[in-house]
Ligand binder design. Structure first.
Ligand code: NDP
Length: 331
């Protein structure tokens, strides 16, 4: 008989409410795929919080094991790129949304979705980064491609004390940028300065309705917040600057005008991590292994065990989590 493992399973009731429970499962219960992985580490992202609480329709197939990220070891493979014992990372591709996800002892996925775990990283390191950190890296790479180098001026990071924000602050400061960290938790100023933020900005300054154009304050930005915040960030971006937009913590709307685009040549760079092509993922993970200070990674992450996942998922949607939550599946 095959080994069993614990999994978090979300199901939908007739009245459209969700039930979340821990189940004992075996490999035979997993969905189709050509690689089976022992999940050694995972993480709780904002999106996982939305999935578990049902606050947004992240889960599009019930019942489902949530969890959009994992790192672990290949147990069996029918895929040409992978063999037993390989260390792998997975982010996105609909895992934890339409395909059984990371909050289980085992995962079976398509080998096309996997990226090699960088040699210098442990599964726990990779999950301290997770989709949030890998998205932060995609944002930084997009700014670089747009020519926003440190000498162009400051860069702003919104939602700075969150997962994407904390990693973005760390990477940008390590690369030599002057980072303005916008946060609602000004009590976390020391934490953000420890990650490399040069200035702390109270997010209240950016969360109200934006004027078409404001004073030019930064050459670029990483925005994890959307809505009025992104509108304000755009209106305060200097001539020829660029903002990488990846999140919607304040809202999905963008109550802005075209003024920053047509009068200052500002660019809005859209960032998607879920369906990002393999080459971009591999570049991002390679860059993360070089451009992210591991001491800062340790400072921005908290480690929990499998039993803490559901509680952490609820806390993250209430804005109660600082930095990154890593799940050690052996704990
Ligand atoms: P976190 O919850 O860790 O961080 C979000 C941060 O946003 C909070 O910590 C808070 O920062 C800030 N925030 C929360 N609510 C508000 C509000 N009402 N107004 C202004 N700021 C607010 O989430 P993640 O970092 O994991 O994700 C951030 C966003 O990025 C999410 O919307 C997520 O869905 C999105 N995302 C998108 C991806 C993509 O592929 N495009 C991939 C990964 C994430 P502070 O306390 O500092 O103010």
């Amino acid at each position: 008989m095959s080994e069993t493992f614990r999994a978090i399973l979300v199901s939908r009731n007739d009245d459209k409410t969700q039930t979340v429970r821990v189940e004992e499962m075996s490999e035979a219960d997993l969905m189709e795929g050509d690689v089976t992985v022992a999940v050694e580490a995972t993480t709780v992202n904002y999106k996982d919080g939305l999935a578990i609480t049902g606050k947004a329709p992240v889960i599009r197939r019930f019942p489902l094991i949530p969890g959009i990220d994992f790192a672990g070891t290949v147990l069996s493979s029918g895929h040409a790129r992978w063999k037993e014992g390989d260390k792998v990372v997975l982010n996105g591709w609909g895992v934890g949304e339409t395909h059984y996800g990371a909050f289980a002892g085992r995962a079976r996925v398509s080998g096309d979705w996997l990226v090699p775990l960088p040699e210098t990283m442990s599964p726990l390191d990779a999950m301290a980064i997770g989709t949030a950190g890998y998205t932060a890296m995609l944002c930084v790479m997009a700014l670089e491609r747009h020519g926003i180098s440190p000498d162009r001026g400051p860069v702003v990071v919104t939602g700075a004390a969150g997962g994407v924000g904390s990693v973005a602050v760390s990477i940008l400061s390590r690369l030599g940028y002057h980072v303005v960290a916008s946060t609602g938790r000004t009590s976390e100023a020391d934490y953000l300065k420890g990650l490399g933020a040069a200035d702390i900005l109270d997010r209240a300054e950016l969360s109200g309705p934006a004027r078409p154009l404001g004073k030019e304050r930064w050459a670029g930005g990483v925005d994890a917040v959307g809505s009025h915040t992104l509108a304000n960030v755009l209106s305060m971006t200097s001539y020829g600057g660029a903002v990488a937009a990846c999140g919607l913590a304040q809202g999905m709307d963008l109550p802005s005008s075209v003024a920053p685009f047509i009068l200052r040549g500002v660019s809005l760079l859209g960032i998607d991590s879920v369906m990002a092509p393999l080459a971009l993922r591999e570049e991002a993970w390679h860059r993360l292994s070089e451009d992210l200070d591991r001491n800062k990674l340790a400072a921005l992450s908290t480690t929990i065990g499998f039993d803490g996942i559901i509680e952490a998922a609820r806390a993250i949607v209430d804005g109660g989590i600082r930095g990154r939550v890593v799940v050690d599946m052996s704990a």
